[in-house]
Ligand binder design. Structure first.
Ligand SMILES: [Zn+2]
Length: 287
């Protein structure tokens, strides 16, 4: 049944739509997703989307009179004993409650979902990827997972692919790093591409076993990356955690706007322009 025009959704309606887009059973065991702060019955007119619940994005939500902030990352993953304003997380909770801003998140369930983080990253770099690290299937039987693997239309040099990736990811100081397997160079042809947004070093071996010519993820560390490049034929592209996940936000905005249109509900959705990478400047060292 369609609702009358100008009807407002409540926080609980947005939670239901997130659960539809990113089924809760897809979340990893250690993860937390859902309503972190707020009232399920509160009406929602303005929504802000961001990757991180940090003081900067919470200040934007408060100053912009948003009713709801939807983030990818949870605010708390470990148990806490104090939530006073003495801690930065306590201050965020106080600011949200005092200003009637609810905080909802969708994390690893969104990573794996049909139109989630891995899907958005794959699409942006030119592959229609099939999922890996598959644990679940969608209602239609589509396998889902934290990564995607697929083929480019034709083989291209690694350096050319890396340039495409740099153009596809949102602008930020971190940029991307490119690692070449031992014995190869930047002109090595790449066709099969594996991706996983965020910290994907647990899939290094899987990407190689699946035959990826290049694996795009973020937060790769010295030793695992070095071991990988010395023992496999899969090149590496390590981007920023924020940037490799950010591409999901426009998809989320689009999917929520379509749902609101279909329901005849008025809603304003904005994506935070903040680059919530921890870094502000990247300089190649020259000493
Ligand atoms: Zn993440």
């Amino acid at each position: 049944m369609k609702t009358s025009p100008n009807q407002l959704w409540k926080v609980k309606d947005l939670q239901a739509h997130l659960n539809r887009l990113y089924p809760p059973h897809l979340q990893e065991e250690w993860d937390k997703n859902g309503l972190i702060v707020g009232d399920l019955e509160q009406p929602v007119q303005k929504i802000l989307l961001a990757i991180d619940p940090v003081p900067e994005t919470i200040a934007q939500a408060v100053e912009g009179n948003y009713d709801l902030l939807i983030t990818h990352h949870p605010l708390f993953l470990k148990g806490i004993n104090f939530i006073s304003k003495e801690s930065h997380k306590g201050r965020m909770v106080h600011d949200l409650i005092k200003n009637d801003v609810a905080l909802l998140n969708a994390h690893t369930n969104a990573d794996s979902a049909e139109r989630g983080v891995a899907w958005a990253l794959a699409k942006a770099v030119g592959i229609t990827g099939t999922p890996f690290s598959t644990k679940e299937t969608s209602e239609t039987g589509t396998p889902l997972g934290l990564g995607r693997i697929g083929k480019l239309p034709r083989p291209i040099p690694l350096e050319t692919f890396a340039q495409q990736v740099a153009r596809a990811l949102p602008s930020g100081p971190h940029g991307i790093f490119v690692g070449v397997p031992t014995g190869k160079d930047l002109q090595m042809p790449v066709e099969t591409v594996a991706v996983s947004g965020g910290s994907g070093d647990s899939f290094l071996q899987l990407a190689a076993d699946l035959g990826a010519d290049v694996y795009l993820t973020a937060d790769l560390r010295h030793h695992p990356a070095q071991d990988h490049l010395n023992s496999t034929r899969t090149a590496l592209i390590s981007g920023s955690h924020w940037a490799t996940e950010w591409l999901w936000l426009p998809a989320l905005a689009n999917d929520l706007e379509l749902a609101a249109q279909a329901a005849g509900v008025e809603i304003e959705i904005d994506i935070s322009a903040s680059v919530t990478e921890p870094w502000r400047l990247h300089l190649p060292t020259q000493g």
